[in-house]
Ligand binder design. Sequence first.
Ligand code: MG
Length: 404
Amino acid sequence: MPNPVTIRDVKTFLIQTAGPGTRFIIVKVDTSEPGLYGLGCATFTQRFRAVHTAIEQHLKPFVIGKDVSRIEELWQMAMVQGYWRNGPVLNNAISGIDQALWDIKGKMANMPVYDLLGGKCREAAAVYTHADGCDPQEVLDNVRKFQEQGYRYIRVQMGGYGGQAAQMHRPEGCPESGSYFDPRAYTRNMLKMIEYVRSNVGDEMELLHDVHERLSPIDTVKFAKDVERFNLFFLEDSLAPEDIEWFRMIRQQCATPIAMGELFNNPHEWRLLIEERLVDFIRMHVSQMGGITPARNAAIHAQIYGIRTAWHGPGDTSPVGHAANLDLDVWAPNFGIQEWCRFDPLVYEMFPGLPEVRGGYLYPNDKPGLGIDFNEKLAAKYACVDEVDVWTQTRLPDGSPARP
Ligand code: MG
């Protein structure tokens, strides 16, 4: 047997191209083979320094010298080697290594990662993008703009997550800082907006909406029923991960398609939903669940139950993470839809090979591995900035903390 190619070094890059929502964590795994390296996404935007430390101080010493070909063994051991497991920091750290090893294996085999998974089921992934606006007309105008660009699936929001209530009855002395919203006003306003957009764009445009876990469980049950008549492609994160048993009640009362899972860390969180067929789309954040290895397993698990994939893909999934999503998308027989965030030209310059959308489809570039590279010199000019996020300091009208 020839000597195995081994992990020689692991480097972690903290990049921020614009606001705090664009903080990426990129992992580069160098090997004993000159010029052979892999890239992985470990992006946990809000706690990037914790992931950085987990990689540099804990995972790197563990993986140095390991055989790059043994992705499965390395993933399984990395997950249990710290004994406590399935948390967002360590899962993202493991994902950085895992995705880089899939990238390396593809480069060694001269195959894209989708070929390593079993090959393509489709040429490209249908994507949805986000339209927002301050009133129903502005949302509609933005939907039309994306429609003209070829998008056929559009997520419609109004006033950001939770919406903007016309009035906010706040008690004296409540904090000034933070992002206030009124859940009851939100449901009323969103129904009006979705009705307006649907009545103007017709039945063929696919519309989606993200509740972002802003409602109480029973209000969500009612909202899912009320919105059923507008024929959404799916309703996203209508409940918090802590409330998933309530999906049974939604299922009993309406046929609004349900998508769930971007906050999930642990297989226990999606197993119930898949095995009881309580959702229609699983949409975990691939780095948050630990990388391509567990995402492949979850996709296969969901496929057996007739459930489709819709991996999380906003601006806080790195370009490398989007490339990994796309490999899963074009392979998975049960692919449903891919969320897409329309990166700006700077990000394309920093990540050569980043896939492109044409006519509402995201196309892989068919290069070996993940098919994406990374301009370290350019990235060095865009280091992460330490600042406290405001939008995640969400409050109900009385000032009490709420989920963002
Ligand atoms: Mg979402």
